[in-house]
Design a binder for this molecule. Structure first.
Ligand SMILES: Nc1ncnc2c1ncn2[C@@H]1O[C@H](COP(=O)(O)OP(=O)(O)OP(=O)(O)O)[C@@H](O)[C@H]1O
Ligand SMILES: [Mg+2]
Length: 327
């Protein structure tokens, strides 16, 4: 596998105005292979945007470096940047200008002009599927359409690699679907490499060839979806909800004694809503369920609801950090 991006020891320490220090990124190492969709999955404040800003040459690393197509982003920024398109987390467009005029403006900033620029704008409008609205002002666009124009800007100079920083935040489900389809097309039809950041495990799961899970400035897991899933465990999790006044110390023991159950624990929770959730791990969750309910019944504990959760990236994040990925 040929790497198009090689990140080593990448570190960013911010010093706030009051003198306090934030270790936003703590020595990240990773490779992105040519032609893959690579996702950086992590909660708010994990360090996704800071990482993207460093590997696109927008902010200098405190330590470490990234090579893009063999060019150091710190020592050979021009060569490195020529290979990258960046779609920032915050949409940056001129609302009073049409989609086409926005693309034209940013294209000129890349040094494009004339017939060549016009051709590229047509290409990009095709990719982002906004040909029919190209002459309308961006201020009349939905959040999802603005996002798509933002993606278009990142594609104008025909980069080999595109970074997209949480491009589906705040858009309606239909627009989200179109953005995800665009990502898949960029890889499939145009052979591009995509670095995609998200805090939504469903997106990472659907889009990615490989995923790095980032938390608190560090990568805590990295691999193909298959690799991460197997790290998440091969067991299903039955989540039992019990009224708080019915919860007691002996329940975990009762659950662990059921045949087919390997272990049980109280689910960590930040909110007190009068309920306690128990996570029951079993290789064949649905098969263990009747025994679990019988045991709870015999112990005199009413179960309010049961969910069967198959292992996914969320399970892995919980197992690695003790916290839920979504806030
Ligand atoms: N310019 C800055 N000065 C000080 N601290 C910063 C600065 N930029 C980011 N941080 C801090 O660095 C950490 C990582 O932030 P970053 O924006 O990279 O996270 P993120 O994963 O992109 O989060 P989100 O999902 O909210 O976009 C956070 O604690 C953030 O508050
Ligand atoms: Mg961010």
């Amino acid at each position: 596998m040929e790497s198009i991006v090689r990140v080593s020891g990448l570190t960013k320490t911010y010093t706030r105005q009051d003198g306090s220090v934030v270790q936003a990124v703590r020595g990240i190492d990773l490779d992105i292979y040519r032609g893959e969709v690579f996702s950086l999955l992590g909660p708010n404040g994990a360090g996704k945007s800071t990482t993207i800003s460093m590997i696109s040459g927008l902010i200098p690393p405190t330590a470490g470096d990234a090579e893009i197509g063999g060019h150091s982003i710190t020592r050979e920024p021009l060569q490195a940047k020529a290979l990258i398109g960046v779609v920032p987390q915050e949409v940056a467009l001129y609302p009073m200008l049409s989609a086409r005029r926005n693309l034209d403006f940013f294209g000129r900033m890349y040094g494009l002009s004339g017939a060549e620029l016009s051709k590229r704008i047509d290409e990009v409008l095709d990719v982002i599927d906004l040909k029919d609205r190209q002459n309308d002002k961006v201020e009349t666009f939905s959040g999802g359409m603005k996002r798509r124009v933002n993606i278009g800007v990142g594609l104008l100079h025909r980069p080999q690699l595109i970074y997209m920083d949480e491009p589906t935040v705040g858009v309606d489900p239909q627009s989200r679907r179109r953005i995800l389809d665009t990502v898949l097309r960029l890889r499939g039809e145009y052979g591009m490499t995509v670095l995609y950041t998200t805090h939504l495990m469903e997106e990472a799961q659907e889009l990615s060839d490989r995923v790095a899970i980032i938390d608190n400035g560090a990568i805590i897991a990295l691999g193909t979806l298959m690799e991460l899933m197997s790290q998440a465990g091969e067991e299903d999790i039955l989540v039992l909800t019990v009224a708080k006044e019915r919860a007691n110390d002996s329940i975990v023991g009762v659950l662990q004694a059921v045949e087919g159950v390997s272990r049980a624990q109280i689910e960590p929770s930040d909110t007190d809503n009068g309920e306690v959730k128990y996570a029951v791990y079993a290789r064949l969750g649905r098969r263990a369920l009747p025994g679990v309910l019988t045991a709870m019944n015999a112990a005199g504990v009413d179960v309010m609801s049961v969910n069967v959760r198959e292992p996914d990236l969320e399970t892995l994040f919980l197992a690695l950090t003790g916290r839920a990925l979504r806030e």
